[in-house]
Write a protein that binds this ligand. Sequence first.
Ligand code: CUA
Length: 337
Amino acid sequence: MLNNFPLWPVQASTLAHRVDALYIFLLVIGGLMALLVCTLLIVFAARFRYRPGVRAEQIEGSTALEITWSVIPFVVFMAIFVWGSAVYFSERTPPADSTEVYVVAKQWMWKVEHAEGQREINELHVPVGRDVKLIMTSQDVIHSFYIPAFRIKQDVLPGRYTVEWFRATKPGVYHLFCAEYCGTQHSGMVGDIVVQDPAHYEAWINGSPSGPLSATGEKIFAELGCSTCHRSDAQGRGPDLQGVYGTPVQLEDGRIVTADENYVRECILDPGSKRVKGFAPIMPTFQGLVSEEQVNALVAYLKSISTSKPAEGARTSARTATPEAPGKAQPNGSQVQ
Ligand code: CUA
């Protein structure tokens, strides 16, 4: 009976039971409070009802009672706050060695590019039991990438990257919804999350005709002429980009930022805004000249030439070359929201 009337979506990620536990706790607390208030309402209404000849007696309050009803809710609310924060921060912080997938939203579809080079539309193939980080942006309006079975939802914004991650725990096909009203066919902006066991996933992901995304990025890097200024011999008019990704960058205006996905993206589309110290403002903007997919490929390429975060395609060789890359742990400051 309950199987035909599920109150909860299936729990198919490592986060799902944690989100549910918190939600059930809130429901129970809320239910108990509602019950308490209703019971007292009825009890007091009956007990202190009007009786002829009986007068109400003025009282001066009760310190013990007031402390009790202040301290108990305070403790309960603080528990909810700490618990909620713990769930929130683990949901917001992708593990450093996650598999990376780029998502581009547009009215009204989801375009997915894997670091290995596979592309798909309104579908996302992922392996069971591996951390997957989604690096998402929108070509037009605000969308929201929502997988109920994984208990994750994140707005996808034009002009910047947002990130969400999950680790699927059960093979199967799960709903993907757009959870932000984005126009006429918003309700049709849906898809399938296909969770496969590792063997099937490897077979699927290695069937890519186009090679890794970072290789596509390298090609674009050469085609757009980036390589004439950003030279690896440090003689170029732009900064050498080798090993830059994931590291702190000193800017002309004195700020220090981490070269994360959003920083790389901003440098391509609005080079003047966060210019690296010691370089002239000569880089032209590539706004309108490169598609979201091309920006993603460039980001993947920059990752692949940085030791701190080897790209998917280069992972195997990087691992053998530097078994313990010192910069492997990404600083938390580099997380995009
Ligand atoms: Cu996209 Cu709603």
